[in-house]
Design a protein around this ligand. Sequence first.
Ligand code: PGA
Length: 253
Amino acid sequence: MRKPLIVGNWKMNNSIAESVDLAEKLKKVIKDMAGVDVVVTPPFTALGSVRNAIKGSIIKLGAQNLFWEDKGAYTGEVSPLMIRDLDCEYVIIGHSERREYFKESDEIVNKKIKAALRNKLKAIVCVGESLKEREENKTMQVIESQIKKGLQGLSLSEAKELIIAYEPVWAIGTGRNATPAQANEVHAYIRKLLSQILNEGIASNIKILYGGSVKPSNSAELMSEKEIDGALVGGASLEAESFAQIVRSACMV
Ligand code: PGA
């Protein structure tokens, strides 16, 4: 049985004060929900303050990105050690916005996954097809390539700490979510791939999240699908009550 996981991706939003305010509100509304794991990923600048604000709650901390080396002359980058230093337990890797705007290739994603796992961070690896690829019936092909290249060379013990997020690019920030059946089909395919690449035992324990316009009005339905183990939430995670409602819907599965 995989415990549901709900991750809030705040993206490039919120000052430190706004982040702390949101974290404090979340701490109040998200409690007594032991049946679900909850993670927030504020921008780097607010990680330290949010860490302090969520102390004593069930909410865990994650980063939105990292660099693949532990330290050195890499101006402007943030290393896995620095993220660990801030008590992050999770890190998002290969988000479609990073693939698109920062040209992160599957090879870069692979290096980042290895860096995260080497440093005992749980890697939330994002995959997903564009609208054009879906319309051309290439969804499974794209997912297969992203997963195979992204996970290349991982040891089985490292791979246990992976989390996959299926995020169809056409559903991110558009208000247009994949139907539960569409998402479940891709999730089942990802799990089959994972059992081929790793093994069935490990694959059956890896959480596969859905992301792309998850909101209180559609989360329960998405979460009730067998292969959907939680959600990566963007826009709706910026407001405490809407994020809490999504967490609650996962709790009730
Ligand atoms: P959204 O973003 O919920 O605003 O669509 C999801 C994501 O990018 O992770």
